[in-house]
Design a protein around this ligand. Sequence first.
Ligand code: HEM
Length: 301
Amino acid sequence: MVVLDRVPGGGGSRGALRELVSSVRALEGPGLAVGVGLGVSVFRAAANRPRQLVDMPSFPGDLLDPAQSHGDVLVQVAGERAADVRAAVERLLSAVPGWRERWRIEGFRAENREEDGRGLARNPFHFTEGFGNPASDRETADRALVRAGQGEPDWAVGGSYQVVRIIRFATALWDKDSIPEQERIIGRRRDGRWLDGAPTDEEPNFAADPKGRLTPLDSHVRLAVPDRREPPPLVRRSYSYDRGDGDTGLVFSCFQRDLARGFEAVQKRLAGEAMAKYLLTTGGGYYFVPPAGDNWIDALR
Ligand code: HEM
């Protein structure tokens, strides 16, 4: 992903945005998918802003580096081959002189695959992620897409709030723990099975384990979703990153129709998790992914 800022004095903001969005779309093709997210700095008038869009706040323990946080427009280019993705980003940058790169990060999904409707990948902590996501397109849309009547501007219906967090992992420290210790910190086995023996795609019985003997109360999944009947409205789609010199981790990314009930509610609950001491969030941002089509550009003032 690459985040761009508009060059000051480079023309009207709507025109510049239209030019950028059409140049991003032009990259799309066989093997390349693109996405766009708008930072709060793109919006001049509060009336047209997605109601919850702000610069991502610093959560307890974060060390946000301004050189890899926030920005006007997030452009995500995904493809099978890293070289094709890189070339597409360079093409984009030279096509839009009214915009300049603010920051970028390259991600990858190890053992990327789809199983029973869910995208799965292995993260640098050796755990497979994605099981907690919904399996159907309907449930995914239900969690991720802004609905009419939610108090959002009309143009934003069908769009989605995207949260990006660059989370550095202390992998050397983590790898000193035994696998069972790691599994108690996450609350699932590396392959996704639950610690009470429930299969990957079934529900664990947390009620039968009130003291957290099998699945510790401060484990990641138990804090993320304490009540299995009420999963938080968010859909995760993260990438691993490795910038060398031990700077490796997750480009955590999630989509939701409501930031407060989605990402922010979960993030607050995770503040006391056992995994916290292995993680340092160093950047990212809040963005709003507009609905399909171009009509939303006219609605911006
Ligand atoms: C970089 C640190 C993180 C790591 C290593 C991590 C890892 C995992 C793993 C291994 C799972 C279990 C498999 C799965 O359901 O996908 C999981 C589940 C989950 N994580 Fe994370 N995660 C991280 C950060 C976050 C953050 C920042 C949030 C949101 C604020 C989050 C929210 C969730 C949720 C909602 C689930 C689903 C729980 C369920 O339905 O069972 N995670 N994570």
